[in-house]
Design a protein around this ligand. Structure first.
Ligand code: CP
Length: 336
């Protein structure tokens, strides 16, 4: 069975830490090997991307491999993923054949597939990337699904380690206003990885923007195991107090999932949820993180994004290094 990289939750803390060590070694040039020489990795994008697409293509190239980028419905056939489907409608190829064929050409398959933002109960199970993983003879790397963005979270954890050193940090995940309801993969994965690595986690969001209940239970269990606890607050200001990391991110409300218009009114009341310099002054000289793309002066002010506190470009660069470590690990087939 291939070892997939679908969520950091499937990987032990020591494995995540060693991936970060390897990523740091790639970054400082101490590791230059090319374990993918003569091999290929397929990168399947159902959705747009700047960072993920560019950094994955480059990561495969720098590891000596050849990246094959496919866009179902555009540069490749539309994909059916339901088991037992009678394929008499618009979808051309079943995921079973799609990954079966790619598995003969490639050593791993990266997949980006956002949720349709229609049916929370269905989408929270990540049905599409799960179908890829179920059928694939080679490792599947999650490049952002409905629930998880583990490559982003690993780059985030690498950045915290790089900027603030080893050890437990006070990390605040802060919901910020955005004109549209966004998926929850980034906040889910950031919170999960931070809890797995033993950081002290605060999550602040307006009422109605709670993260997935099961995920929050998991966060609490992980925090308990590390002798700490997760603080969840509906007050933005207190999440800044004494924080060493401010992670700004917007996400949609589960109460209005699939009803963007209905959510708009509730969301409008929280326009003041923004990261600004005054709030940053409440922190313990925190770094400002964001997965990007960021809406300037809507999610985070220019003053903060252009200040030395902002590490968003380093965070994006670290996608490249940490993905090299992840690809090398899953393609090597060994768990160290
Ligand atoms: N952070 C991130 O995943 O960026 P892209 O959507 O541009 O890939």
């Amino acid at each position: 069975m291939p070892r997939h990289f679908l969520s950091t939750a499937d990987w032990r803390r020591d494995e995540l830490e060693s991936l970060i060590e390897e990523a740091l070694a790639f970054k400082r040039g101490a590791r230059r090997d090319q374990p993918l020489a003569g091999r290929s990795v397929a990168l399947v994008f159902f959705n747009p991307s700047l960072r993920t697409r560019a950094s994955m293509q480059l990561a495969v190239h720098q590891l000596g491999g050849y990246p094959i980028v496919l866009e179902p419905g555009s540069t490749s056939w539309t994909i059916e993923y339901a088991e037992g489907a009678v394929m008499d409608r618009d979808r051309t190829e079943h995921v079973a054949e799609f990954v079966g064929v790619l598995g003969r050409y490639c050593s791993a398959i990266g997949v980006r597939v956002f949720p349709a933002l229609e049916d929370w109960r269905k989408e929270r199970t990540d049905p599409i990337i799960s179908a890829f993983a179920h059928h694939s003879p080679v490792p599947i790397i999650n490049l952002e699904s409905a629930m998880h963005h583990p490559c982003q979270a690993m780059a985030d954890m690498m950045t915290v380690r790089e900027k603030l050193g080893e050890g437990k940090r006070r990390v605040s995940l802060i919901w910020v206003w955005h004109p549209k309801p966004l998926p929850m993969a980034v906040p889910n994965s950031f919170a999960l990885a931070a809890a797995q690595l033993g950081h002290e986690l605060t999550i602040a969001h307006p009422p109605g923007y709670e993260l997935d209940d099961e995920l929050v239970r998991e966060l609490n269990m992980l925090a308990h195991d590390h002798g700490t606890r997760v603080r969840i607050s509906n007050e933005i200001e207190e999440a800044f107090d004494g924080a060493q990391v401010i992670y700004a991110k917007s996400w949609g409300s589960r109460m209005f999932y699939g009803m963007a218009e209905a959510e708009r009114e509730m969301r409008a009341a929280y326009r003041q949820w923004i990261v600004d310099a005054e709030r940053m002054r409440r922190t313990d000289e925190a770094i400002l993180m964001h997965c990007l793309p960021v809406r300037r002066n809507v999610e985070v002010t220019d003053e903060v994004l252009d200040s030395p506190a902002s590490v968003v470009i380093d965070e994006a660069e670290n996608r490249l290094h940490v993905q090299k470590a992840i690809i090398a690990r899953v393609c090597g087939g060994e768990t160290r």
